[in-house]
Design a protein around this ligand. Structure first.
Ligand code: MN
Length: 236
């Protein structure tokens, strides 16, 4: 017996089904598109990929209204392809990675950019910038047998500002621009961690990140995978 009720299992919706994907951990890849690395003031050489994490219960189904988080004046959106692991393993070979993938989705790696800048400056961890409540809105997962490609396809994000008639395209790139492909970075991740069913991997964002403010409606998608819609709620 637990001393109180165990926390509810975090989960994400599955396209075309009432079943849900149970989430174990969320791994995120940093700076995995050249133009985004440059906009963050970094040299986009193929230095080894690095990872950070979010708690499993940071996930939100979309469409949703994401509460504007505490402690920030600079909440940023980052559109990302999300990989859902269905079969665990470690030291997974690149050519075997696809056998471990249950499905793919579109997610937002929401970021308190001001806290990230402070953390970088002070040489501190990124958790406060990345791993806060509701920081991972994710659209429904498409089972891998219905996904055409994880190596190419448009990835995009648009913002519809309150009171404006038109949405503005902010991020518009292609999965083929990934510095470390899905096969490559999951193989590398599996050398550091034993991957398990339920793990999600956010694969990095293309250029064009920027601030989202209360009242904004964010839409985004990955061709052949799916989409999402997130409204930004009022400040706390
Ligand atoms: Mn990211």
């Amino acid at each position: 017996m637990y001393v109180f009720d165990a926390p509810k299992q975090a989960s994400v919706a599955v396209q075309g089904s009432d079943d849900r994907f149970p989430v174990r951990r969320i791994f995120c890849v940093g700076r995995n598109y050249e133009a985004h690395a440059r906009e963050m003031g970094k040299d986009p050489t193929r230095e080894s990929p690095f990872f950070f994490t979010k708690p499993a219960d940071a996930v939100m189904d979309t469409p949703c209204t994401m509460p504007y988080p505490k402690l920030t004046e600079d909440l940023h959106y980052e559109i990302e392809l999300v990989i859902a692991i269905g079969k665990g393993g470690d030291h997974i070979a690149e050519e075997d990675v696809m056998d471990h993938i249950w499905g793919a989705a579109v997610g937002l790696d929401m970021t308190r950019r001001d806290l990230q800048a402070e953390a970088k400056e002070a040489g501190r961890p990124w958790d406060w910038a990345k791993a806060f409540d509701n920081s991972a809105p994710i659209g429904p997962i498409r089972p891998i047998e219905k996904v055409k490609s994880l190596e190419a396809g448009r990835i995009w994000l648009a913002i519809h500002k309150e009171g404006e008639t038109m949405a503005e395209m902010r991020q518009d790139a292609d999965l083929s621009d990934l510095i470390w492909s899905v096969r490559e970075h999951i193989a590398i991740l599996s050398q550091a961690m034993t991957l398990a069913p339920g793990d999600l991997i956010m694969t990095g964002t293309p250029a064009g990140v920027g601030a989202a403010v209360p009242g904004d409606k964010i839409t985004g998608g990955v061709e052949g995978v799916g989409g999402l819609e997130v409204n930004i709620g009022p400040r706390p």
